[in-house]
Design a protein around this ligand. Sequence first.
Ligand SMILES: Cc1cc2nc3c(=O)[nH]c(=O)nc-3n(C[C@H](O)[C@H](O)[C@H](O)COP(=O)(O)O)c2cc1C
Length: 179
Amino acid sequence: MWRAMHHRVPISSHGRWPWSPAQRNWPCRNKSDYHYYPLQWRQPYKERQLACGLQLYGALGIERTDKQRRREQWAANYRAFDAPVCLFFLIDGDMEAGSWLDCGMFIQSLMLAAVEEGLDTCALASMGEYPAIVKAELGFDEQTILLCGMALGYADHDAPVNSYRTPRADVHTFAHYYT
Ligand SMILES: Cc1cc2nc3c(=O)[nH]c(=O)nc-3n(C[C@H](O)[C@H](O)[C@H](O)COP(=O)(O)O)c2cc1C
């Protein structure tokens, strides 16, 4: 279901991955295998997403109008934030929603196991945005769905980006109790 990138891709010593699209002359066709987010945001998700973005750019000191730095920050996603290992999660294209749930649980289990090992992770939906490139490079057929990626390594707890926590909705706002 997933393969660790480090089997195929050495960590670049100069900060650029050897398989970057620019170096391989690939067309950067941006078409995900599925919609991670709704096409139309609505409340309460809209305000939560906005708040999350504000916290992120606030922690990094990036102004809303600073398109250059916003782009640079977004580009860091595709280096898995310089983590030594990037994982990709894929699922056979004929699997249905239940198996996608299974994959979600698998992914979270992996994140928890990483913590047990003293490692940190960052799930990366952004890594699913260029599936054609990833699948061609890793030898998966086009029917396979690229779900997401994940950075695996050691978090820099002093980095400003790790200085905030998104708020959590109170459990009573989404849990219904029936007695
Ligand atoms: C499935 C999934 C995909 C994600 N994709 C990205 C991503 O591409 N880029 C990113 O910066 N954060 C992404 N995140 C968010 C971070 O992994 C992390 O959740 C965020 O930094 C906030 O931490 P918190 O969940 O503890 O609030 C994703 C989270 C999940 C669960």
